[in-house]
Write a protein that binds this ligand. Sequence first.
Ligand code: UD1
Ligand code: UDP
Length: 358
Amino acid sequence: MTLVVHITGARPNFPKAAPVLRGLERLAVPQQLVHTGQHYDDRLSDIFFRELGLPQPNINLGVGSGTHAQQTAATMVGLEKLFDEIRPTLVVVYGDVNSTVAAALVASKMGIALAHVEAGLRSFDMSMPEEINRIVTDRLCDLLFATSADAVAHLGNEGVHPGRIHLVGNPMIDTLLRNLDRFDADRARAEHGIVERYVVATLHRPGNVDDPADAAALVKAMHAVADQVEVILPLHPRGRARLTAAGLLTHPRLRVVEPLGYIEFLSLVRGADAVITDSGGVQEETTVLGVPCLTLRPNTERPVTITHGTNRLVTREQLPDVVADCLRTGRSETWPVPPLWDGHAGARIADIIAQSLS
Ligand code: UD1
Ligand code: UDP
């Protein structure tokens, strides 16, 4: 019997998977949802299921945290056993996290057809674990769903047969547009007691938070931003200890809170003067919301958010001046949005998957 199995595990997977699951449900394609357990805190995982109306996972492998090898290996062992039992026709993986590459390795070695949602993104920075995960996953895939033309070009350059590549738009933006009416900036501000202009920050990349010297430089830059404007920083657990040790919490206008749920987070983003981030997904969401995005990274795998969006790459040293510039200029009334980021990517993906199964 036909069975599509979706593999999710970490926070950014959930808003990408939701529209694909919905699209396949509409076409009555039998499917199951697997949670690897890579993320397990309510605020990185369960809250997304509640807020996005995702079905409960059919199974949670409970893999948890560990080194890359531990986490990837535990996921592979769990998935191999599961796939042996349930025999998927097609495995669908999302994004670039360790759960993604682990599932891709297992499915391809078991001869199971494999689809990658968000294929072809490249930062060309092999120091990012996600870049390794993207390249390996795409190499193994049968169906590659791309969010932008640059991703299609990268896959072509790497020798992927054009018949396997589908430019479908961005399912993460499907989720954003579907929930747009729920993003109430005024309410979120009031709940957080924000009375002035403010910026939202998220920081969790190893390149920014793992090394004490990087953490210290980052804290210095963030304090220089907080000298100018209120900052709210929902902090991912990864950076908490290092950034705290570097003095993050000592500025009265820089408020560090727990990671927020999807609706509360994007409500705050919607009303912000700017967002400071190293997240991949947040670069895309700010582009569609028209909020200036200052990405604290030397590169991005999502250049379309610069060419067709509000994103710009900044260094820690540049950050305070760039924020001052944003505060002076204010937000634009109009802004471009990348082609096909229109809320229908999940339906397009579902149609192509259904066709491939028949
Ligand atoms: C992972 C992804 C990254 C993604 C991020 C999204 C990989 C290689 N990295 O990074 O691409 O941007 O998720 O949020 O897959 N922890 C908790 N609670 C949890 C999960 C993790 O406290 O529910 C802590 C643990 O101390 C853990 C650390 O966070 O060691 C890192 O978690 P991990 O899943 O290994 O990587 P992320 O940094 O979350
Ligand atoms: N996000 C959230 N709460 C937060 C920070 C981020 O709901 O406090 C959402 C964000 O809107 C986006 C997703 O998490 O939908 C991005 O995940 P993350 O930044 O962890 O991963 P990346 O995109 O960098 O892989």
